[in-house]
Write a protein that binds this ligand. Sequence first.
Ligand code: TYM
Length: 333
Amino acid sequence: MDTILSGMRPTGHLHLGNYFGALTNFIKMQNDFNCYFFIADYHMLTTHPNPSDLQDNVRIILSEYLASGLDADKATIYVQSMVPEVSELYMYLNMITYVGELERTSAFKEKVRQNPNNVNAGLLTYPTLMAADILLHRATKVPVGKDQQQHLEMTRNIAERFNRMYGVDYFPLPVAFNFEGELVKIPSLDGNGKMSKSYGEKATVYLTDEGNVLKKKIMSAKTDEGPQSMNSPKSIEIENLFSLLKLVSSEDTVKHFEDAYADCSIRYGDLKKQLLADMDAFLQPIRERIKEIYSDKAYLDKVIAIGTQKARLSAQKTLKEVREIIGFSPVMQ
Ligand code: TYM
């Protein structure tokens, strides 16, 4: 049976990109596959977070996973730092990963541009830690958004190199995966690239957004001067608004606005009001569940305890086998 794995960094609240790009995609598989979903708190250390924020961020993101429909009875849900075997595998994989290939990663180059004063070795080896996350459970499919595609290619290269170097067929070669088909990129509200916390809070919709906060974000989304002729192509800003509408509105609603765009009768104010109403209706039950789950600390602790136990069993089995393949003594507790 395929093993499915995915994870997210606890950077605060989940946004629509995380939700539609990876989480719901994963949730659709939890009934039928061996699934692992984790909170990537080791990965956060590249940005040197405040120690007192780290635990609460883990609790926030776990509540949001569960409120979105991740089921602790079906998937193994765990916190990366509670499964320390991953750091041992990370170290082994670093020995067969070349600095040149790490330096060529677009996410690394982007981070160096954004933050030239914090180019630490953890940032450089971020893709090796990601490979360790995935190979730790010998996962085959990794539900992620399009932005993670290159990291998955690197994981495959590293896995393939390990197998070749040691003459084994041990690690499967995992792929970035979307249950519905193509990998997706959820756009931001400012007409500029993907939705992402680091590219602008105001253009990012979080699962917890409500009232005036949500209204302000959607009503100030970028538009253009309107279609200039019948059936003219859409600008990126308008294409983005339609992409978001398709996520939360009915087919009839989308068709209504598509037709209005095509015959130039569209009013962007109406499009935004509709998007706001449908987005709010979509988020409302998720928001309620997040509040309920977040306040139940005993339940969250239990989910983590069970998940950690299951994840460590799988991780210890892999590490035992990897140590043997590498040539170390197989002794492990
Ligand atoms: P992170 O925390 O940046 O994002 C979590 C997930 O959300 C997806 N995503 C998006 N998808 C579509 N459109 C968007 N605008 C958008 N924004 C975010 C990301 O593709 C990702 O799937 N390196 C990872 C975390 C990680 C991981 C792993 C993932 C660490 N180890 C092993 C899978 C397997 C990251 O930073 O994702």
